[in-house]
Design a protein around this ligand. Structure first.
Ligand code: NAD
Ligand code: IPM
Ligand code: MN
Length: 354
């Protein structure tokens, strides 16, 4: 029968707890739909860095290249500086495989109280399309005069025409399959070179999609509108940093960062895409068995969709929705419950198997 080869990188902290839980749920679902997932596990992590001096082996990227998908938990742990761990593993994967789309859906779910009391709080259904390869996350810049009174750090943003156009086209294509609305996150009143250019490219791409309604907000007021009027938004396209911020704010509105899924996509499928939750390694709760596995499981559903198994993806999502809608079902602390990760995993598996 059909099988897909998946590179698994549990990474650090709760990544090591939620990844095996999600693998079990996905395996069960795969067997129901007549395919299998061939997992190849890589122990690349901060622990590896402490032992060997590098987050992954020198040929690490080449070893991931043949995979049909990459399933990642989280990277980063106290003891190794974040810029070392993230630029030693997560960011090189996103860049080497040209995963220039970071897709992060935000949806209110029955039974999950969000942070909002607005009458529209239970009708949130938006998608953050984050630029994932350039922008504010550039390697250009440096430190000068270290340790002196006049020391400084300079960080160059890079916005290319190709980089803007491709993420914007992806956002418009997605909107055509949703509610035909795209909002752009900008800051062209304060950031003098890059953001006016971002706006210019947004207008140019918008012209290719006359049937899609567009809006644009400066990032400061956009965060306020996310809280006050989340129902205004369908697809939201944003630069790397603005998209990072919006994709943590969004999940807070509808519940918990512990359930938020994400996908790092190479739309041309020239390279493997990578599926990882929005949250990090949560060192504050790591090792206790209390992390919510749903964000990881749901990211797995996005992976199944990408692999061309939409029914299986729907099955996983339906199980998540059924679990969360049931007031008597186990839920972890981030959702106000007292259940352990294993209880939630077990409950998801029993929903899928009946
Ligand atoms: P975080 O997402 O790890 O944690 C933020 C808060 O949310 C913590 O209180 C944590 O306990 C809680 N939380 C997160 N996921 C949860 C889950 N599944 N269930 C229950 N509670 C959950 O963010 P942070 O504290 O800013 O970062 C911690 C580390 O993770 C840092 O090293 C950071 O760089 C890294 N990080 C990695 C990724 C990634 O690999 N994609 C993403 C974000 C942060
Ligand atoms: C995320 C994370 C990463 C990012 C960090 C850990 C580099 O916050 O995936 O959202 O900023 O992209
Ligand atoms: Mn983030």
């Amino acid at each position: 029968s059909k099988s897909y080869s998946i590179a698994v990188i549990p990474g650090d902290g709760i990544g090591r707890e939620v990844v095996p839980a999600a693998q079990a749920v996905l395996d069960l679902c795969a067997s129901r739909f007549g395919f299998s997932l061939e997992w190849e596990e890589f122990d690349w992590s901060c622990e590896r860095y402490v032992k060997t001096g590098s987050m992954m082996p020198e040929d690490g990227l080449d070893r991931l290249r043949p995979a049909d998908g990459i399933f990642l938990g989280a990277v980063g742990f106290p003891g190794v500086p974040d810029h070392v761990s993230l630029w030693g593993l997560l960011i090189p994967i996103r860049r080497a495989f040209d995963q220039y789309i970071n897709l992060r859906p935000v949806k209110s779910l029955k039974g999950v109280p969000g942070a909002l009391s607005s009458p529209f709080a239970d009708k949130i259904d938006l998608c953050v399309v984050r630029e994932n390869s350039e922008g504010e996350y550039s390697e250009i810049g440096g430190r000068i005069n270290r340790g002196r009174e006049d020391e400084a750090a300079i960080q160059q943003s890079v916005f290319t025409r190709q980089g803007c156009d491709r993420v914007m086209r992806y956002a418009f294509d997605l909107a055509e399959r949703r509610s035909r609305r795209v909002a752009s996150a900008t800051k062209s009143n304060g950031i003098i070179h890059s953001m006016p250019f971002w706006d210019e490219r947004f207008d140019a791409i918008a012209n290719e999609y006359p049937e899609v309604e567009t809006s644009r907000y400066h990032i400061d007021i956009l965060t306020a509108h996310f809280v006050r009027h989340p129902e205004w938004f369908d697809v939201v396209v944003a630069s790397n940093l603005f998209g990072d911020i919006l994709s943590d704010l969004g999940p807070a509105l509808v519940g918990s960062i512990g359930i938020a899924p994400g996908a790092n996509i190479n739309p041309e499928r020239r390279h493997p895409s990578m599926f990882e939750p929005v949250h990090g390694s949560a060192p504050d709760i790591a090792g206790q068995g209390v992390a919510n596995p749903i964000g990881q499981v749901w990211s797995g559903a996005m992976m199944l969709e990408h692999l061309g198994e939409p029914e299986a993806a729907r099955c996983v999502e339906a199980a998540i929705e059924e679990l969360l809608a049931d007031p008597s079902a186990p839920r972890t602390r981030d959702l106000g419950g007292t259940a352990m990760l294993r209880d939630v995993t077990f409950a998801l598996k029993s929903i899928i198997s009946h």
